[in-house]
Design a protein around this ligand. Structure first.
Ligand code: TA6
Length: 306
């Protein structure tokens, strides 16, 4: 079983403007829709679309639980979330301008988590997760969930002996690297925070793969530089018309981890994940992609062995 952990979930409020965003002007919205938010929930969506069983764990608020449950239901997310009483699940505002490629993201901090909430989550994880499982921790941490709590969470998972994947940034990413988890996916800026000065990106990935099984450095539209044991690749995605890049990285991670659990090779998992992500950016919400479209796009993914 795969478990995704979203410590700080969101509801993505998609804001579709009737033109370009302009300062000192009353920018009018054409429509507003709501989508799944939070990196772990997006990971779960991608896994489910690929037919890989998984369950979304983490926290959620109770004051807007109905809205979140409706989205989780619509997207078919199997979930078992710890309800943080009297607090809302935060929102991310995804701004899309008419006839403009890509989106801008404005994300709330999230509600504070108590020690009691943390205990409920850790107990749930201890009860559910087995050694042969995979756990993917994705996204930011809510107020009240400190680095020491993340260290405790990873220590618990290490004790269980499961595969630990982390899509984290900042000090959380450094904590994951220090704990020698099994997978990390820093972007091209985050990798600089864990890189020795003057080392090339490839040498940094080679160094990291000595203690971390899978290292993927995402480079936005240019693809990713990836390493596992003695295999290193530069991946170049197919050229597609980008509507909304929000959620593309999450789609990649979900599809990659799903492919690994389906015993795909490292190279196959990379090309599948890249293709799913390339399909996702052609849709204007935060999650949708087409498996059929991805299967066609996979043939156009360029894999250069380094
Ligand atoms: O990666 C995209 C996304 O999941 C958005 O949908 C939005 O929910 C945001 O990231 C949340 O980011 P955070 O890093 O705060 O978990």
């Amino acid at each position: 079983m795969i478990y995704t952990i979203t410590l700080n979930p969101t509801i993505d409020r998609m804001l579709y403007l009737d033109g370009e965003l302009t300062k000192e002007k009353n920018n009018r919205l054409e429509r507003v829709t709501y989508d799944l938010g939070g990196k772990g929930h997006h990971n779960s969506y991608a896994m489910s679309k690929l037919g890989v069983e998984n369950q979304a764990l983490g926290f959620c608020g109770t004051t807007n639980l109905g809205e979140l449950e409706k989205i989780l239901e619509e997207k078919g997310i199997n979930h078992d979330l710890v309800e943080v009483y009297g607090k809302p699940t935060r929102e991310s505002y995804v701004i899309l301008e008419k006839n403009v490629s890509g989106s801008a993201l404005i994300t709330e901090k999230g509600s504070a988590i108590s020690n009691y909430d943390k205990t409920l989550l850790f107990d749930k994880i201890e009860e559910k997760v087995e050694e042969e499982d995979t756990v993917l921790i994705s996204g930011s941490m809510p107020p009240g969930f400190e680095i020491r709590d993340l260290e405790e969470l990873i220590k618990l998972l290490k004790k269980i002996g499961c595969f630990i994947a982390c899509d984290l940034s900042g000090d959380a990413l450094k904590t994951a690297v220090k704990a020698k988890v099994n997978f990390i996916k820093p972007n091209r800026f985050e990798i600089l925070e864990i890189t020795e000065q003057g080392k090339s990106l490839l040498d940094t990935v080679k160094e990291l793969t000595k203690t971390i099984d899978y290292v993927v450095v995402s480079q936005g539209g240019s693809g990713s530089l990836c390493g596992h044991k003695n295999e290193f690749y530069q991946i170049t995605p197919p050229v597609v018309v980008v509507k909304n890049d929000t959620g593309a990285g999450d789609c990649f991670v979900g599809a990659f981890i799903a492919s690994l659990t389906q015993q795909k090779t490292f190279a196959e998992a990379l090309t599948i994940a890249t293709a799913c992500s390339a399909s996702k950016v052609q849709h204007d919400d935060s999650t949708t992609f087409s498996v059929k479209d991805a299967q066609n796009l996979q043939k156009k993914v360029r894999l250069e062995k380094l």
